[in-house]
Design a protein around this ligand. Structure first.
Ligand code: NVA
Length: 342
């Protein structure tokens, strides 16, 4: 879906048939092409011995409501990475911050229920369901922000003063990059300081760091700061990191590598993502990484860094919300809780 306008976000794609205020399903041929690539990704993973579970479809075109608001359409579908995060034996449902995504967890619930029944050691948690009343959004944010000079916009990003207020904890799981005990959580258009505080209090055995980057429209960390294997993180150089974050990695002997320039100049039509989906790679194990098949420079860089690179065509999925990392979630992992930053 191109979601109906709401306080958190308004889509405006006149050249692709969705001018300001309009919404509706993406064209059938785009859906078919995306489904083919998604199915292929599942086969690639299964051929490597990975069990793949698929969420159930929901009718995302339907209006939804709580007692406090109504919204003319849902949104979402494939980017499971946004909604759920797995930390040790815990599966945690994020709050989300778009009204159109409030019910998205329902696509994943049958699977979560089956995992819970099968594994007595599993912890199933959900962050407090947000109210998402008008108090959660800065009125007139987009027009006010767009009119600011670049330096002032970046100051707002650094200060976490974007569309979300601090009325209640809000976070998308895809704003979290995890390296063992350390969680790096990007304050963004979907995640506020209260959300980061909630995560910090919820995970007392972990170190939860609130981070920002020089990015005018921050939304999900996995095309900006992508851990590849112990000691190595991929960074989008167009989005400089806070000096503190760089130092934290460097003093712990991690290499911070600038991601290769994407092959694409622009995102696909009707996509809310940037061309930096090129670095939205899916690491299967510390030596193997799936990369979008047309991003040759990114594949070559990872090859030089010693990875077996698995090319996977995925560009047609991008309009539905993201890349290979966005579309997946590793639910069962082997190994112990590591402390990479002692
Ligand atoms: N919104 C970010 C992250 C996508 C995975 C971007 O487009 O770069």
């Amino acid at each position: 879906m191109v979601q109906a306008p709401e306080s958190a976000v308004v889509r405006d794609w006149p050249e692709d048939g969705f001018p300001l205020g309009t919404y509706g399903p993406l064209p059938e041929e785009m859906t078919a092409a995306a489904n083919e690539q998604l199915d292929n990704l599942a086969h690639v993973l299964e051929s490597r011995g990975i069990r793949v579970d698929r969420p159930r479809p929901l009718d995302f075109s339907r209006p939804v409501a709580t007692p406090e608001w109504s919204q003319q359409s849902m949104f979402g579908a494939m980017p499971v990475r946004d909604v759920l995060v797995v930390i040790g034996n815990e599966l945690l449902e994020a709050t989300m911050s778009f009204r159109s995504r409030w019910f998205e967890y329902l696509a994943h619930r049958p699977l979560i229920e089956s995992y819970y029944r099968a594994d007595p050691g599993m912890r199933w948690e959900a962050a407090p369901k947000p109210r998402l009343t008008e108090a959660s959004y800065r009125p007139g944010f987009r027009d006010e922000y767009d009119a600011l000079p670049y330096e002032e916009q970046i100051a707002r990003v650094r200060a976490g003063e974007l569309v979300l207020t601090e009325a209640e904890p809000l976070f998308d799981a895809a704003d979290i990059a995890r390296c063992g005990k350390d969680l790096f959580v990007q304050q963004s258009l979907a995640t506020n300081a209260a959300g980061i505080r909630w995560l910090r209090q919820h995970l007392p055995e972990h170190r939860v760091h609130g981070v920002t980057f020089e990015n005018l429209h921050p939304m999900h960390i996995d095309a900006t700061w992508v851990p590849l294997r112990p000691g190595l993180v991929l960074h989008c150089a167009e989005r400089p990191a806070d000096e503190d974050l760089l130092q934290y990695f460097k003093i712990n002997d991690w290499q911070v590598v600038r991601a290769a320039t994407p092959g694409r100049q622009t995102p696909p039509p009707l996509s809310a993502c940037s061309r930096w989906l090129s670095m939205n790679v899916l690491v299967l194990d510390p030596g193997t990484v799936c990369v979008e098949a047309s991003e040759t420079a990114q594949m070559e860089q990872l090859d030089r860094l010693g990875f077996e690179v698995v090319p996977v065509p995925f560009w047609d999925v991008a309009p539905f919300g993201g890349g290979l990392h966005c579309a997946t979630l590793d639910v069962h992992r082997e190994g112990v809780l590591e402390d990479y930053f002692p």
